[in-house]
Write a protein that binds this ligand. Sequence first.
Ligand SMILES: Cc1cc2nc3c(=O)[nH]c(=O)nc-3n(C[C@H](O)[C@H](O)[C@H](O)COP(=O)(O)O)c2cc1C
Length: 337
Amino acid sequence: MRIDRCNNIGDFRSMARRRLPGPIFHYIDGAADDEVTYRRNTEAYERCDLVPNVLAGVEMFGISSLGTISIEEIGSTISTPKLFQLYFHKDRGLTNSMIERCIAANFDVLALTVDTITGGNRERDLRTGFTSPPRLTLKSLLSFAMHPRWAADYFMHEKFELPQLKDYVKEGSNISVSVGDYFSTMLDQSMNWQDAADVRKKWGKQFCLKGIMSIADAKRAVDIGATAIMVSNHGGRQLDGSRSPFDQLAEIVDAVGDKIDVICDGGITRGTHVLKALSVGAKACSGGRLYLYALAAAGQPGVERALENLRAEIERDMKLMGSRSVDQLSRDNLRLR
Ligand SMILES: Cc1cc2nc3c(=O)[nH]c(=O)nc-3n(C[C@H](O)[C@H](O)[C@H](O)COP(=O)(O)O)c2cc1C
């Protein structure tokens, strides 16, 4: 299958499944425990229907604490607004260094992830033995050998590094660990509201908490001066059984939507999902797998195609909804089943 035949996220998922060694595919595709929350994140959008009327962008670049490109390189090559996702490490020197490097590189937004206090139970990774960077075990060797193109790309590419971490953490460069173990051992389980408020103060610009699910926490985010929250369960990769962000969205928007930007994260595979979240009152949507399958299967051209597909869907669906701009979308456009 070629990328110009990939018309939706599901096509890119199939391509990734074929092109990637099993452990890598399952790391991206998998989630916690029985993966109930993961499935529900997308199913939630099917519980509610759009009601169209007839006759009638902001570009942001985001990079993770665990990204393989440095803050400085992104700062000097990307001119659109830049978001850095911060993991709060036990090593305060490391946490502070990432904030300071983002300030120096002129990033616009800091998003502190608050739902990874310990690693989710990702049973697919336990089965495949997935680690980062990938470690060759007898079990995974066969899968890597059956995907020689991927393996050649991986080994010929510049050395795997986590440049945000490498001066502080041996796990940041060449020791293979499972991501769950990384969360559990390296991140600070005692992180509390005062810590989040301190990070916000040190940062001083637009500040988002990623992984808020309860109304009480959404209100506390407002109290500490956050400018946005991402309603998120980490794509179902942490607490299985957690409510889906879309199901929880209306209550959160009603509680804090006039004071803070509410972003709906996860489960999005279609333009209509974005329109539904915006109709409920989200300011924006975000996702991981919606571009990760395409990235893993086909690199930058894959991501461009996946995002272009999504953009075209949103535009077509807006026309079919009879909406000229996203602020015309409201709950009048929705009916729950
Ligand atoms: C392979 C993978 C890696 C991820 N890495 C991070 C990360 O480093 N930091 C973070 O805050 N969230 C991370 N996430 C979670 C995403 O930011 C996002 O919350 C989630 O993927 C949304 O669900 P979706 O994949 O259904 O869109 C990751 C998700 C996946 C699938």
